[in-house]
Design a protein around this ligand. Structure first.
Ligand SMILES: [Zn+2]
Length: 384
């Protein structure tokens, strides 16, 4: 550690002393199932965070939601204009029972368990940094958002994130740090859609000519959609699921597919959607009909000048702590895109380092939890 003031050292040392408490919170959170559609589970994970914050004198309020988990907003008062926003999502991609099958474990410096790096460690890190400033005084008003449903496109959290980002002068999203220490300054935008095709049922032997195969129609559309991909421009189309038909000897009356469309440049969204709509509207088979529904959407994280300055500040802080940080672009979408899209200086992937998210091999580099918390805390102090 170089070039630190005594006041900075005091905060960073305090954070280092909380290692056991924070690993304990990560363990509790990983062992609490919180799939996006499991409201009770996402709320239970939220209750653990609120208890941790409450014990450290931090007020938090609940933004209720009937369908998804409630939003949780914690505040640490400080003087100054504009808040500093620390964000993270409590939901995971796993259904109930996963935590019991694979509880949090640490072996060889690596933690494992559902959502360990994506992003329960990031939530715990944010809670710890809020606690540090509740203890020593915040350089400006701090807001911690612990949201409910990022893994399904944040249908309930998007508005809350945008609202808090509008009054923020800096936003840090604690998605996992990249395996090489990278912090994410750019992300793709993504539109998730459901395509439904209707045909006409008929006996496959007796009345084949009367039928309209929804399976054939959707298959042709899938080929056309995939062909739109332009890798050089970062525009991709992927049909991730497909289903259709009733039985082998019936012409399929219906079929459905889920489509994932991603882009880098905001202007490519309109052009890409127009192409998709053209393909959906054109029937290859007379009598087939198709309809498209957007089921979720993320804005791209585009690094503007202010976000670049925020990254530079973070990187300088990390370097002063002897950490190697680099800037990365990610094809994955995240809530940081919503914050950046309302103009807030935003960086993402500042959470503890891990990898292989959304798989049984997901891991957390346990020894990065405290250093990443310190880099974040130092950045917050120097923003003050
Ligand atoms: Zn995540």
């Amino acid at each position: 550690m170089t070039g630190l003031t005594a006041a900075e050292r005091k905060v960073l040392d305090w954070i280092a002393g909380e290692r056991a408490a924070i690993i304990g919170l990560i363990e509790t959170l990983v062992n609490t199932d919180s799939g996006s559609l499991d409201k009770a589970g996402v709320d239970a994970a939220g209750a653990h965070i609120r208890t941790f914050l409450h014990q450290r004198g931090i007020a938090s309020d609940v933004v209720p939601n009937a369908r998804y988990g409630d939003g949780i907003r914690a505040t640490v008062a400080g003087s100054g204009v504009g808040t500093i926003l620390l964000m993270g999502h409590r939901d995971t991609v796993y259904t109930r029972g996963e935590a019991a099958r694979r509880p949090f474990r640490v072996a060889g410096g690596r933690g494992s368990g559902p959502g360990c790096c994506d992003m329960k460690a990031g939530l715990a890190m944010n809670a710890l940094v809020l606690a540090a400033f509740a203890q020593f005084g915040a350089p400006g008003p701090l807001v911690g958002l612990f949201t409910a449903d990022e893994e399904i496109g944040s249908p309930s959290s998007k508005a809350l994130i945008e609202q808090e980002a509008r009054r923020a002068r800096a936003v840090f999203n604690a998605e996992p740090g990249r395996p090489n220490g990278g912090v994410v300054t750019g992300r793709k935008g993504g539109v998730f859609m459901r395509l439904d095709v209707t045909g006409k049922a008929a006996h496959a032997g007796n009345d084949r000519a009367d039928g309209v195969s929804a399976i054939e129609e959707i298959a042709r559309k899938v080929v056309e959609l995939h062909r739109l991909t332009d890798r050089e421009r970062g525009v991709t189309y992927n049909v991730g699921t497909i289903a259709g038909g009733e039985v082998v000897n019936m012409v399929a009356p219906s079929a459905a597919a889920a489509l994932d469309f991603r882009y880098i440049h905001p202007a490519d969204r309109g052009a890409g959607m127009a192409e998709i709509e053209r393909i959906v509207a054109h029937s290859h088979l007379p009598g087939a009909r198709a309809k498209l529904e957007i089921t979720g959407e993320f804005k791209p994280l585009v690094a503007g000048e202010e976000s670049k300055r925020l990254y530079a500040l973070y990187a300088a802080c990390a370097r002063d702590l002897g950490q190697d940080v680099r800037e990365e672009f990610a094809g994955g979408c995240a809530d940081s895109g919503f914050a950046a899209s309302v103009g807030a200086p935003t960086i993402c992937g500042v959470g503890p380092i891990g990898g292989r998210a959304h798989s049984p091999d997901e891991y957390l580099e346990v020894d990065t939890v405290i250093p990443r918390a310190q880099a974040l805390a130092l950045s917050v102090m120097r923003l003050g």
